[in-house]
Design a protein around this ligand. Structure first.
Ligand code: FES
Ligand code: FES
Length: 154
């Protein structure tokens, strides 16, 4: 076990865990941030996606010892009021079905739009290809990303 000081959603948090503990379990089990979901556990589904320094990462495969000074953002920290342009677009397009994959989808979409505010259809498909939705909400996800892109560039 070892003590790690992490920066999560703008706050300093301390955990005493095995250094190889995946960030996902630190978030969910040690810090109670259960918005980030467990799907496959092997970086294949995207359900556990969070940001580290603005980049989308699969928290199920990120040992806590590698986070260091990195700023971690989870779905809970995306916006204080839950009104990030991507979240608004998700509501407007009524994207979720069961909802399980959606936090990961939104974190991947927000990272994409931060790096590329005007993505083409192909760029959206490539950026989102690692996020699986068993309910098949892909068409609405794409529409919402387009809408968020237009709104944030308006
Ligand atoms: S749970 Fe991490 S990618 Fe599936
Ligand atoms: S909304 Fe059900 S898994 Fe995506």
């Amino acid at each position: 076990m070892a003590v790690f000081k992490l920066k999560i959603n703008g706050k300093s948090r301390e955990v005493d865990v095995d250094p190889f503990t995946p960030l996902l379990w630190v978030l969910r089990d040690h810090l109670g941030l259960v918005g980030t979901k467990f799907g496959c556990g092997i970086a294949q589904c995207g359900a556990c996606t969070v940001h580290v320094d603005g980049n989308a990462v699969r928290s199920c495969q990120m040992p806590v010892q590698l986070i260091g000074e990195g700023e971690v953002t989870t779905i809970e920290g995306l916006s204080e009021e839950g009104d990030h342009p991507v979240q608004k677009a998700w509501l407007e397009q009524d994207v979720p079905q069961c909802g399980y994959c959606q936090a990961g989808q939104i974190m991947s979409a927000t990272a994409l739009l931060k790096q590329n505010p005007n993505p083409t259809d192909e760029e959206i498909e490539t950026a989102m290809s690692g996020n699986i939705c068993r309910c098949g909400t892909y068409t609405r996800i794409k529409r919402a990303i387009k809408s968020a892109s237009q709104n944030q560039n308006a």
